[in-house]
Design a protein around this ligand. Structure first.
Ligand code: GLU
Length: 467
């Protein structure tokens, strides 16, 4: 049974776009293999906890349609899915390691630890804990009994090669001499990330640990833990980290990083996920646009490249535009109404405007800029029309006589005026367009005027004349 997971920590505003990428890959891979996708909340770092973050992460994942088979919200047979509710388990497992001499209690003070590190640094050796407490466990246990604060550390064996095969990167090897006797259980009773992640991935029967490259240096520590417990290793695959166009790590300063920001800006969930799918992976036929179904069918971890893919918001905008073009009119209408809820837009106008703007916007939040004039009269004009009043008056007069207010009739009536006055069409229609919409670029003029209605068009033209 294939079981994948993401394990977000509720330590930020929302889920990071890079974690959304990891989530999509894990979700798709589980779907492909007929497996299960789990969302586990890693809330053991109490100092970095952000109020409301867990809820936000879960609702953003949901908004993107990445639905877990097991989670805090949907439950499942391997719960609880929130680490803070599993503390007794970690303690139990830590004690198991202590009893097997694979881990030990440590009561060293912060001062002593700093001193040891400083000394090692001065001697130019990799600073790590000197196992001082390991050799005096009886005394340590007595002191703990008398109330001393303690942590549990892994007893890392000296000079052994830790080797694992990363599905994306191949064989990775590290000597244990470079690894510290990491803390497994902190003095507040909470496990460290390393301890909790291993215990939970094991107990939740995770078959594939697919996570970002930034965790790769933790993996040997995890492997030592699996070995200490005598547990079988899951398969590891470390995805490349997304980069800004200047190749730096995706960061708040260069790119918006919270996944919900993209939805608020009018990016479509499926367009964002399609774009993320292409980070480090390519479709075997080099296709750029594909839906979930096709991605699930074609995706393989082996095809993921390890080099940092560039997350380019311009490219994402292009892709989003392609999705908007292909979208159902009724669906796009619903998205627009939702985006502009506060404006309480007239639904009929939105519906009529959709075919006109569909190929002209790349994001739903560009709608108002291009179509706002259908709901509100323009307050400013991109070109001064004060020398065009004569033409505008004639057009207004002619439009009044149009009986059946259709796009064709509106167009014909205006063309007649242009011909009569001998004005080149380009210039003529630009004048009318600006008077009606305020802008030099707008959706097709005749169609827009049909939506606005005769009276409103005549009034807009005359308002310019009388200004
Ligand atoms: N809690 C870690 C995070 O915030 C999980 C890392 C992992 O997947 O092992 O991403």
């Amino acid at each position: 049974m294939i079981r994948t997971r993401i394990a977000p920590s509720p330590t930020g505003e929302d889920i990071h776009i890079g974690n959304l990428y990891t989530a999509y890959i894990n979700w798709a891979y589980a779907k492909k293999m007929g497996g299960k996708f789990i969302v586990r909340i890693e809330d053991t770092d109490r100092t970095r906890l952000v109020e409301g973050a867990e809820q936000k992460i879960l609702s953003t994942l949901n908004a993107y349609g990445i639905k877990p088979d097991e989670s805090v919200e949907v439950g499942g047979e391997f719960g609880p899915y929130r680490q803070s509710e599993r503390l007794s388990l970690y303690k139990e497992y830590a004690e198991e390691l202590v009893s097997k001499n694979k881990a030990y209690y440590c009561i060293c003070s912060r001062e002593r630890l700093t001193e040891v590190r400083e000394e090692m640094k001065a001697q130019k050796i990799v600073p790590k804990y000197d196992k001082y407490c390991l050799g005096r466990q009886d005394e340590v246990k007595r002191k703990i009994g008398a109330g001393a604060e303690c942590v549990v550390r892994l007893n890392v064996p000296a000079n052994q090669e830790v080797v694992f095969n990363d599905l994306i990167r191949g064989e990775i090897k590290i000597n244990t001499n470079n690894l510290d006797d990491q803390v497994l259980l902190k003095s507040d009773g909470y496990p460290t990330y390393h301890m909790a992640v291993v215990v939970d991935d094991y107990l939740m029967k995770i078959s594939h640990v697919i996570r970002a490259e930034e965790w790769i240096s933790s993996t040997p520590k995890h492997i030592l833990l699996y070995q200490a417990f005598g547990w079988e290793l899951p398969i590891f695959a470390h995805l490349p980290i997304l980069r800004n166009p200047d190749k730096s790590k995706l960061s708040k300063r260069k790119n918006p990083v919270w996944a919900s920001w993209y939805l608020e800006q009018g990016f479509l969930p499926n367009a964002v996920l399609n774009y993320l799918a292409l980070m480090g992976w390519s479709h075997p036929e080099e296709k750029e646009l594909f839906d979930h179904e096709e991605f699930i069918k074609e995706f393989t971890l082996e095809r993921v490249r390890a080099v940092g893919p560039i997350f380019d918001i311009k490219k994402l905008e292009w892709m989003n535009g392609q999705y908007i073009m292909k979208m159902d009119d009724s669906n796009l209408k619903a998205q627009i109404l939702e985006m502009y809820q506060d404006k309480k837009l007239d639904e009929v106008i939105v519906e009529k405007s959709v075919p006109l703007i569909k190929e002209r916007i790349k994001k739903v939040n560009q709608y108002w800029d291009i179509a706002g004039f259908l709901f509100e009269r323009p307050e400013s004009f991109e070109k001064d029309l004060s020398d065009q009043k004569d033409i505008l008056t004639s057009v207004a007069e002619t439009l009044k006589t149009v009986e059946s207010w259709t796009t064709e009739n509106i167009g014909e009536a205006m063309q007649e005026v242009a011909q009569e006055k001998d004005i080149p069409f380009g210039k003529f229609f630009m004048t009318i367009r600006i008077a009606i919409s305020g802008k030099k670029i707008s959706p097709p003029l005749n169609d827009s005027m049909e939506i606005l209605g005769k009276e409103e068009c005549v009034e807009r033209l005359m308002k310019v004349v009388n200004s």
